[in-house]
Structures are given as C-alpha cells and as structure tokens.
Write a protein of this length. Structure first.
Ligand code: ADP
Ligand code: ADP
Length: 216
C-alpha cells in the first residue's frame, strides 16, 4: 500500500494557529512527490506529520513505513568527525552493528561519488560535497521513504541543478519513495512524478498535478 496516507488532516498549533486546512493525500511507494508553495504555507508542517514527528489535530495520518530518512537544507555534519563517521551516524544511533554500518556507509559514499574523501573532515568539502554526505548518510539506512525539506536551497544554482540530477540517479538505483519540499516550481516539476501545490494563507493543498516530465 501507500507509504503515508493523509485523511482529512488539519493542524492547529498549540498557540491556536491553523497551519493546515483539511488535506487528503498519499505518498505512494517508490514515487517522488514534490511539494511546492510559498514560504509559510505549511510545507514543513506536512512533512513533520508524514514523519510522525507531529500529530494531526483532526483527521488521520497512516504510516506504512519502517525506514524513513531525512535530508534538510543544513547538512549538520559533525565537524570533528570524518566523512565516513558522519555517514555511519544515523545507522549507529539506530543500533546497527559496526561492520554492517561501515559496509552500508562505504557503499553509500561510493554511490554519491565520495568514496575518495571518506577520511576527510567536513570542513575540507565544498557545499555540494557536504550535501552529498548528507544524502549518503540518509541512504546508508536503506530508506523506504526519504523526507527532504528544501535540501538544495542553500546551494548555488549550478550545484543545485547537479544535485537534483544526482538525487534522481540515486532514486533510480534504490527506488525509495520521496517527499521533496521546495519553493521552486521548476525544481518541483523536474524532480517529481506528482506535484502538490500549496496555497498561501491557512495552509491548504490547492492542487495535486502530474509532472509533465516525470522521472523514469
Ligand atoms: P513552510 O514550510 O511552508 O514555510 P511551515 O509548515 O513551516 O511552512 O509553517 C506554516 C505556518 O505555521 C507558518 O505560519 C508558521 O509560522 C506556523 N507554525 C509552524 N510551526 C508552528 C508551531 N510550532 N507553532 C505555531 N505556529 C507554527
Ligand atoms: P506539536 O503539537 O506538533 O508538538 P507545538 O505547537 O507544540 O506542535 O510546537 C512544536 C514545536 O515548534 C515547538 O518546539 C515550538 O517551540 C516550535 N514553534 C513554535 N512556534 C513556531 C513557529 N511560529 N514556527 C516554527 N516553529 C515554531
């Protein structure tokens, strides 16, 4: 079945702010779902609920997913630990054994083209490379669902364009489902199979459209 299903979901924060009007939406297994809309429209609210990090005020969020990974705009790497150690971090926190997490992290680093800098420190890397480490760290726990909140927003336009190609290549290789938040309509259409368009105001989904050029 679908990875996550939103049924008539609203979110009113504890201060009374209504951040989400009723949302009906599914994240399908293996699809890339883009979510686009202006700042403050409720994209992160929706993603946090898909993650199970925040509850629905009314309606229900059903999650049918065991392994979820996150990628955010800020790669938040530990400055004093190697690229390899950073890539193993999530698996380590999840209690994956040393040999297995080492293997998974090395494979993920190869996959993002960073096998050669496994022993470097984050400060020796460019912004694009740091984002690749963040992707490798997410991949190393073999996710069924990748939740990505404006992952490439801090990168220059050239790197950003490369990273979206890179993400699609990884997706073809591994076939995980993706919820990809962006405020770029172009990026949403390029990356997604379906595009959720959110409207400004009391967060509501204005439309869900098929991308004219879905990745294959
Ligand atoms: P987006 O990701 O589209 O920029 P958010 O989901 O972060 O939007 O926020 C939607 C709206 O909800 C914003 O107006 C924001 O200020 C408000 N909001 C977000 N989190 C909270 C919270 N914990 N308490 C109150 N208001 C919040
Ligand atoms: P929930 O019911 O999902 O836990 P809360 O209203 O308790 O939502 O807020 C969740 C978190 O968001 C809190 O840690 C709060 O400090 C933070 N927060 C509060 N206001 C905002 C805001 N305007 N934008 C973003 N985050 C906020």
């Amino acid at each position: 079945g679908d990875l996550v299903t939103f049924d008539g979901v609203t979110k009113t924060y504890s201060n009374g702010f209504a951040a989400l009007a009723p949302v009906d939406l599914a994240i399908r297994r293996g699809e890339v779902l883009s979510v686009v809309g202006p700042s403050g429209c409720g994209k992160t609210t929706l993603l946090r609920m898909a993650a199970g990090l925040s509850g629905a005020s009314t309606g229900s969020v059903r999650r049918n997913v065991e392994r979820t990974s996150y990628v955010f705009q800020d790669p938040t790497l530990l400055a004093w630990r190697s690229v390899q150690a950073n890539t193993e971090l999530v698996a380590r926190i999840r209690g994956v054994g040393r040999a297995e997490r080492r293997r998974a992290a090395s494979e993920a680093l190869e996959l993002v083209g960073l096998g050669h800098v496994a022993h470097s420190l984050p400060r020796e890397l460019s912004g694009g490379m740091k984002m690749r480490v963040s992707l490798a760290r997410a991949l190393a726990s073999d996710p069924e669902l990748m939740l990505m909140d404006e992952p490439f927003a801090a990168l220059d336009e050239f790197t950003r364009e490369r990273m979206s190609d890179e993400l699609l290549r990884l997706w073809r290789e591994r076939g995980f489902g993706v919820m990809f938040i962006t405020h770029s309509i172009r990026e949403a259409v390029k990356i997604g199979h379906r595009v959720v368009v959110m409207a400004k105001g009391p967060g509501r989904v204005a439309d869900v459209v098929d991308s004219p050029s879905p990745p294959t």
